[in-house]
Design a protein around this ligand. Structure first.
Ligand SMILES: [Mn+2]
Length: 469
């Protein structure tokens, strides 16, 4: 059996004593990647079996796991992990580091574990300990799936364990081995004519209905927001999907694409800000096309790390600590940016100038917030020059770092906020406004609960973001 393990991730071996976890860990992972509770007991008490050292041992274990995950190192925890309460702090560490968790559970026949336990000289666990741990595992095995792991693998026989082949796979955003060269294209929003003009300017060609391709093998990276507001959304999707399928483009999702995907999944979304026209266009298309759009959007990675880690593409930008990581929070941040729920005088969300604080060396190319001209800050550039609002469609050529823009044929939509050279607000100003709003809410409503609402997950905030981008 081939088990795919994302690297980096946190791998939890789950199973009672004498189920073969340590042997398995030794066979498949580097010694430094395996953190064992027995070894930690020995470290603090010189005795793997000293149960009085368990609390101290797990403090050490959790610290090692935390430090490894912070550094993005694949980490395997070799402990029984049969109780949800034992797994919870480990899941929390992975969550905090924006890394997925994988469970490999050892649910082997009792006779086999018992036979192994009886002949062990290094362990003094009784038969009743094994029995209890097996019961805990069985009670929890359905709950394992509900814990939201990347994957759960249950091994049920010695033959299955012996037949395991571990395949390490990079996380979806990790395409560091892909060296390019690339042409990163800003928010298209259904502006098909401008997109085709831009592709031609960049040297892409097409024979009849075949997908666009570059004779020198350059590839497009779409920065997201292919859909909504513009005149030819379905044709834009078709062009992008054809290029991706043909290997001449990559893509990340924008907040508008994500909202369309949620709608196609039958979820309730606020149909506004151009989505109504997108849905009307898709209603004219064959159902197979709509299925293709859904599959395409579903497979898009939250962001991309390219060319040895030197180039990062994320729809609304991404701070360095999240590059190459994968979690709900990473996805929200890449799609919506640093949302605070703080609105300006026009009722639009304030756009935090995250790039002003960006100190990373990778160039982060993003869109989402329309600007009059491509805007550079540190190693980050906003290339959404508001084509659908009558601005221009812009590409950044990599590694040349050259910008190529084609003007919009006309304005297809009116921006909620007039386009300016610098729509971003410094983080300090946003924090101050946030504090003032909070104090006002508490004063006026006597309601402290407003503070607990997480602006990143609030539908009102998402809707305001869609309107402003
Ligand atoms: Mn956007």
């Amino acid at each position: 059996m081939r088990l795919e393990i994302p690297d980096p991730s946190l791998v939890l071996l789950v199973g009672p004593t004498s189920s073969g976890k340590s042997t398995f860990a030794r066979a498949h992972f580097a010694p430094t990647a395996v953190v064992s509770s027995d070894a930690c007991r020995a470290i603090v008490a010189d005795d793997e079996n000293d149960q009085s050292a368990t609390d101290a041992a797990f403090q050490v274990l959790h610290l090692i796991v935390a430090k490894r995950l912070e550094r993005g190192r694949l980490t395997v925890v070799d402990a029984t992990n049969v109780r949800p309460a034992a797994r919870a702090p480990l899941l929390e560490l992975a969550h905090r580091c924006h890394l997925p968790t994988v469970v490999i559970a050892f649910d082997l026949p009792l006779e086999l574990c018992e036979a192994r336990r009886a002949v062990r000289t290094d362990r003094d666990a009784g038969a009743e300990v094994l029995q209890r741990q097996r019961e805990q595992l069985h009670r929890g095995i359905d709950g394992l799936v509900a814990e939201g792991h990347w994957s759960v693998h249950v091994l049920r026989s010695a033959e299955e364990v012996a037949g395991v082949e571990i395949a390490r796979v990079p996380l979806p955003p990790d395409r560091r081995r892909d060296r390019g060269p690339f042409d990163v294209v800003g928010d298209v929003h259904g502006c098909l004519v401008e997109l085709e003009t831009l592709l031609a300017r960049l040297g892409y060609e097409r024979e009849r209905e075949a997908p666009w391709r570059h004779p020198q093998g350059r590839r497009v990276v779409f920065v997201g927001d292919l859909v909504d507001r513009g005149p030819r959304v379905a044709d834009t999707l078709r062009l992008a999907m054809d290029m991706v399928d043909a290997g001449s483009a990559l893509a990340v999702p924008g907040n508008h694409d994500d909202k369309l995907l949620r709608k196609l999944h039958g979820r309730t979304v606020h149909v506004a800000h151009g989505l109504e026209e997108t849905l009307a266009e898709l209603a004219q298309a064959p159902p197979t096309f709509v299925d293709r759009v859904r599959d395409f959007l579903e497979r898009l990675p939250s962001h991309l790390v390219l060319d040895g880690g030197r180039l990062v593409v994320a729809h609304a930008g991404l701070p360095q600590g999240l590059h190459g990581r994968e979690s709900r929070r990473v996805r929200d941040r890449a799609l919506f940016g640093e949302t605070t729920g703080v609105l300006d005088a026009d009722g639009l969300p304030m756009r935090v100038d995250w790039a002003a604080r960006y100190q990373g060396r990778a160039l982060v190319v993003f869109g989402h917030t329309p600007v009059l001209e491509p805007r550079w800050r540190n190693q980050a550039v906003d290339i959404d020059t508001g084509c659908v609002f009558g601005g221009a469609l812009t590409a950044l050529r990599w590694p040349e770092r050259e910008l190529v823009s084609v003007p919009a044929e006309r304005a297809y939509a009116v921006p909620a906020r007039a386009m300016v050279a610098d729509p971003f607000v410094s983080p300090e100003v946003v924090r101050r406004r946030e504090r003032e709003n909070r104090e006002r809410d508490i004063r006026e409503r006597g309601d402290r609960r407003v503070r607990d609402r997480d602006p990143r997950t609030s539908d009102a905030t998402r809707s305001a973001e869609d309107r402003a981008s």
